[in-house]
Design a protein around this ligand. Structure first.
Ligand code: NAD
Length: 258
């Protein structure tokens, strides 16, 4: 007897799919049978990813999205549903980071991080949820999924990364609020808090001497790869996880218990 997680017939929107974790999330869901909508600002990268997914037999669409622009969010979600059909799964992943001491943070630095990580993530989820709520027919098992990509940095203080930490703490609180308010409409909202995963957002840092020293302080002296989140993503996206709502789940190689 075997158990198989199958996403055939599902439509998944992945924001920030042009690199790193978002690109990997899109590939995994596509390989598991979902039609994926790749949304971000860098359309050339998305087209390359679409070609890769199609070459492996998956189905992918490309949609332009700037999460800092409310009009762009509304038109991207509408475009996504016209192209691929009703969205079942949102992976709310687009994010940015910037590093300063607290006394050096300018209003521009603050807005750069919060407009994307906090305000952007909120309005993407809201726009998708409005449509999911309208479609809800009361089937407790066939639920919709919103997976917010927060961070372990939303639970602990990281030096010179305060605004990023604050924005991810907001995503954690947002996840719980959405789970509470939207659960009754068949939407499960959960958050993944990755530890350090090597991607564009941090590879420069991890190649530096300071970065190497940081890796040596981690429980297993290693950072992760985007594919290390595959299992948790599939769990939270699957119908089998319909009893998990409002969970904040770490995938951090044990860093959170240090
Ligand atoms: P990344 O820089 O490779 O990916 C971020 C993606 O977000 C990019 O595709 C970028 O184009 C997109 N994006 C940024 N601003 C956008 C905007 N205004 N509109 C649309 N798309 C936008 O970095 P990543 O590591 O893949 O990060 C993905 C998510 O994971 C982020 O939310 C990040 O905070 C979170 N995260 C990453 C790590 C890590 O160690 N890599 C750890 C914890 C959390």
């Amino acid at each position: 007897m075997g158990v198989e997680v199958n996403f055939e017939g599902k439509v998944a929107l992945i924001t920030g799919a042009s690199s790193g974790l978002g690109a990997r999330f899109a590939k995994v869901l596509a390989m598991a049978g979902a039609q994926v909508i790749l949304a971000s600002r860098r359309i050339d990268h998305l087209k390359e990813l679409r070609a890769e997914i199609e070459a492996e037999g998956g189905a992918a669409h490309v949609v332009a999205l700037d999460v800092t622009d409310y009009a762009s969010i509304k038109s991207a979600v509408a475009h996504a549903e016209t192209e691929a059909g009703a969205i079942d799964i949102l992976v709310n992943n687009a994010g940015v980071s910037s590093s300063q001491r607290l006394i050096d943070v300018t209003p521009e630095d603050y807005a750069y991080v919060t407009d994307t990580n906090q305000r952007g993530a909120f309005f993407v989820a809201q726009e998708v949820a409005k449509r999911m709520i309208l479609r809800y027919k009361g089937d407790a098992r066939k639920q919709h999924r919103i997976i917010n990509i927060a961070s372990l940095a939303g639970q602990r203080v990281v030096p010179e990364l305060a605004v990023y930490c604050m924005s991810k703490a907001a995503v954690i609180q947002m996840t719980k609020s959405m789970a509470l308010e939207w659960g009754q409409f068949g939407i499960n909202v959960n958050a993944i808090c990755p530890g350090y995963i090597g991607t564009e957002i941090n590879l420069d840092h991890f190649s530096s001497e300071q970065g190497r020293q940081l890796i040596n302080t981690l429980p297993r002296k290693r950072i992760g790869k985007p594919e290390d989140l595959d299992g948790l993503l599939l769990l939270l996206a699957a119908e089998e996880s319909h009893f998990i709502n409002g969970a904040i789940m770490n995938a951090d190689d044990g860093m959170g218990v240090q």
